[in-house]
Design a protein around this ligand. Structure first.
Ligand code: SF4
Length: 361
């Protein structure tokens, strides 16, 4: 095992004792969350899967509202499979990482049609489904089916990094943190779902990123980071590279009736399949920007002297806002649609476009 060399000889709890401490703590302090089965209830794999997909790179707080909305509209996998794709995308708007929504809908159709609505209970079969990778398959296997799996999210990584004072900075250190987690998860066959959720809860509520409440932690007796006195420095992080910048134009086009032109983005690529305002290309070189040839008459664009910014995972975007009113519906390609103002306000759009909508009104 290639775990952090500096912590190899440090005395920590044996796996059984470690799990007991974590589970005893969980039995008293477990979080109640809308997708979780209450004590004594059977978990619903549909709700576990839906929540785990939503929680990929998104906080619990942000997910709760979306989870409740989705489960009210589509209470089971058959209902979600039958949903209109635009409706799914629109209800996902604002949650980000839109490939997740596309894969969610594809996966629901496969489970509904090919698996008769029953999620497979093993990681290999789960990973063949769209949008389900290593982490999500482990979480579903253990939480929904109480089967052994090493479930390692950001919370678990943080606990492992501090408990073992891992000296390998992430992202490179993620592998070592997973190996540490496996020391406790491997071979454990009882209450595996509770154990996975217990470690997540411990990381989310006690071993928090900035100020861990070590005096309340069931692991403090043998936590190396705590003993060193500076647990909050873990996980160590490699210096961040500056996000590249990109620039573009975004357009508010209205006709005489006050309808607004919207654009359905191509299925593949950033914000794929989502509705937004028409935009130019997004380039790293601001000087290379050219107006979208939408109407064949660029003189009609009115610059608003306003720009919005939005941070994507891999770049920082600045969009300059332009407006234009046209007298007729013009000869506009089929990826664009007119929508009235009421429909526009109700339309689910990604956050970058919602920022523009706030200005355009
Ligand atoms: S003792 Fe502190 S640093 Fe160690 S696992 Fe518990 S909360 Fe985290």
């Amino acid at each position: 095992m290639t775990i952090c060399s500096t912590a190899k000889n440090i005395s920590t709890d044996k796996p059984a004792m470690f799990r007991k401490k974590v589970l005893d703590w969980y039995d008293v302090h477990r979080r109640v969350l809308p997708w979780r089965a209450l004590e004594g209830e059977q978990p619903d794999p549909y709700r576990v899967w839906l929540s785990e997909v939503m929680l990929q790179q998104t906080t619990v707080q942000a997910v709760i509202r979306y989870f409740l909305k989705f489960t009210e509209k589509w209470p089971n996998v058959h209902a979600l499979a039958k949903a209109d794709n635009d409706d799914v995308m629109s209800n996902w708007a604002g949650l980000g990482y839109y490939a997740r929504a596309r894969n969610l809908h594809k996966c629901a159709k496969i489970i509904s049609n090919d698996y008769d609505g029953v999620f497979p209970a093993d990681q290999v079969a789960l990973q063949k489904l769209p949008g389900i990778g290593d982490y999500t398959s482990a979480a579903i296997t253990s939480i929904a089916f109480d089967k052994p799996a090493n479930v390692v999210d950001g919370n678990v990584e943080r606990v492992m990094a501090r408990y073992h004072a891992c000296k390998i900075a992430v992202p490179e250190g993620k592998k070592a943190l997973k190996e540490y987690a496996a020391l406790y998860a491997d071979g454990f066959t009882k209450r595996t779902g509770d154990y996975a959720q217990a470690l997540m809860d411990l990381g989310a509520t006690i071993c928090t990123p900035k100020s861990p409440a070590c005096s309340l932690c069931p692991l403090n007796g043998n936590c190396v980071g705590y003993r060193q006195g500076t647990p909050e420095i873990y996980p160590l992080r490699a210096p961040k590279k500056e996000r590249p910048k990109r620039y573009g134009y975004v357009y508010h086009v209205t006709n005489k009736q006050g309808d607004v032109l919207i654009h359905k983005r191509p299925e593949k690529g950033l914000l794929g399949g989502m509705y937004g305002f028409p935009t130019s290309e997004w380039l790293e070189d601001e000087g290379g920007l050219e107006h979208l040839e939408l109407l064949g008459d660029r003189e009609r664009w009115i610059k608003n002297d306003v720009s919005i910014t939005h941070i994507f995972t891999h770049f920082h975007l600045t969009l300059v806002l332009f407006s234009c009113v046209i007298s007729d519906k013009g000869n506009i390609s089929s990826e664009y649609e007119w929508i009235d103002k009421v429909g526009l306000q109700k339309l689910g759009m990604p956050t970058a476009f919602k920022k523009a909508l706030k200005f355009f009104g």
